[in-house]
Design a protein around this ligand. Structure first.
Ligand code: PLP
Length: 419
């Protein structure tokens, strides 16, 4: 019965009744103009439709089976791991589809508390709080924590959600040049007049695959009495000997005060985000953080996925470690073929091409050879720095990686990116 109603709703979409009136017509004209501008600027983002599960091999809607996928954040291949899927089904059956409530009214189940405890244990922190996404975690932390008496110092290339979160708070704002420790030090000196200083950085930057110099950041933070916040979306689960993240990789677990991260990438890939850190901070976020207070609880199936992913990672470090060799294979073979790969030792491997059109044409040609990769150009990356971003997953086989390198080499020669 429900399925029938849904099908009727979709079929009926073509005969939707548009709002009428002068204001609606004016809005429509303005929106169509803006959309045309986006198309004209060549920055239109279209979406390919996948007709299978997420994984290293995909089927695209309208054909295209057996496509090799190199553009998901499914770093550990847990998005379709049988145990992760089973855990989601069990949680769904035992705890239902959802809570129809925010956490503090009627929306906290034992599995939410268990997952928060597990996240804190995984990161060796005192406590953790769940959000519907890491975007929400970033949107909710700065405003709750910082006042006009305080200062936040943010890397200029931080993720959009950190930038938005900082915009929402009333602290004094400093933006330091990307990973530039001299500039950070100058800004920290300037910020001495404020009550509290918080340095905020991505642990790993998703456009360049580079890793923040956390040791140096923590040394400066110590020298100038500042706290350190890291966004670990592109690190949790696979960086460091046990996959704990950038702080483990660089030996500064006890120097980083606050971690925000996602459950939507390496940790099962469903959705959700969190903050982990000192207990009084987490307690305060439960009282004050707006995306937490005014948004629905994470659905049980999503909690089940993340919880199982963490179990798998805490049982053994084999999955986390399997990442490094695959990344190394791709980076070294591509470099030997003559390509420039940005970043270092990170499964985000941007193949630097410079020209936006070249990146777009090469990505299309890769797909015609069964390899799904995405070209990025301005305004997502700076002008003249267009690239194809390749993301390696622990579940890519060596043959998958070699096939990708071969296709890049052929396509690169064809379009003049290689001699
Ligand atoms: N922070 C960084 C660095 C990200 O790359 C992303 C997602 O792309 C987010 C935050 C947002 O994460 P989520 O998808 O959980 O909202």
């Amino acid at each position: 019965m429900w399925r029938g109603a849904a099908v009727r709703a979709v079929r009926g979409a073509g005969s939707s009744r548009a709002a009428s009136g002068a204001a609606a017509a004016q809005l429509r004209r303005r929106l169509e103009g803006e959309l045309e501008e986006i198309r004209g600027a060549g920055t239109w983002k279209s979406e390919r439709v996948i007709a299978s599960r997420q994984g290293p091999h995909l089927r695209l809607a309208g054909g295209g089976a057996g496509i090799l996928n190199f553009c998901a954040n499914n770093y550990l291949g847990l998005s379709s791991h049988p145990q992760v899927i089973r855990a989601a089904v069990q949680a769904l059956e035992e705890f239902g589809a959802g809570l129809s409530s925010v956490r503090f009214i009627c929306g906290t189940q034992s599995i939410h508390k268990d997952l928060e405890e597990k996240i804190a244990r995984f990161h060796q922190r005192e406590d953790a709080i769940l959000y519907a996404s890491c975007f929400d975690a970033n949107a909710g932390i700065f405003e709750a924590l910082l006042t006009p008496e305080d200062a936040v110092l943010s890397d200029e290339l931080n993720h959009a959600s950190i930038i938005d979160g900082i915009r929402l708070c009333k602290a004094n704002k400093y933006r330091y040049k990307h990973m530039d420790m001299q500039d950070l030090e100058a800004k920290l000196q300037d910020a001495q007049k404020h009550r509290l200083r918080l340095v905020a950085t991505d642990g790993a930057f998703s456009m360049d695959g580079d890793i923040a110099p956390l040791r140096e950041i923590c040394q400066l933070a110590q020298k100038y009495d500042a706290l350190v916040f890291i966004d670990e979306c592109h690190a949790t689960g696979f960086l460091g000997p046990n996959g704990r993240g950038t702080d483990e990789l660089l030996g500064v677990v006890d120097k980083v005060t606050i971690i925000n991260s996602t459950l939507g990438k390496a940790l099962g890939g469903a959705a959700g985000g969190y903050t982990t850190g000192p207990k009084p901070l987490i307690d305060l976020l439960r009282q004050r953080s707006r995306p937490y207070l005014f948004s629905n609880s994470l659905p049980p199936a999503v909690v089940g996925c993340a919880s199982k992913a963490l179990d798998l990672l805490m049982e053994s470090n084999a999955i986390a470690q399997s990442m490094a060799a695959k990344t190394q294979r791709f980076r070294s073979k591509m470099t030997a073929a003559g390509f420039t790969i940005s970043g270092k030792d990170h499964p985000i491997c941007p193949v630097m091409l410079g020209d936006a059109r070249l990146a777009a044409v090469m990505a299309e040609d890769m797909l015609s050879r069964g390899i799904y990769v995405i070209g990025f150009s301005y305004p997502v990356v700076p002008k003249g720095k267009a690239r194809i971003r390749v993301q390696i997953s622990a579940v890519h086989s060596d043959e998958d990686i070699d096939r990708c390198v071969e296709a890049f080499t052929e396509v690169g020669r064809k379009h003049g990116a290689l001699p």
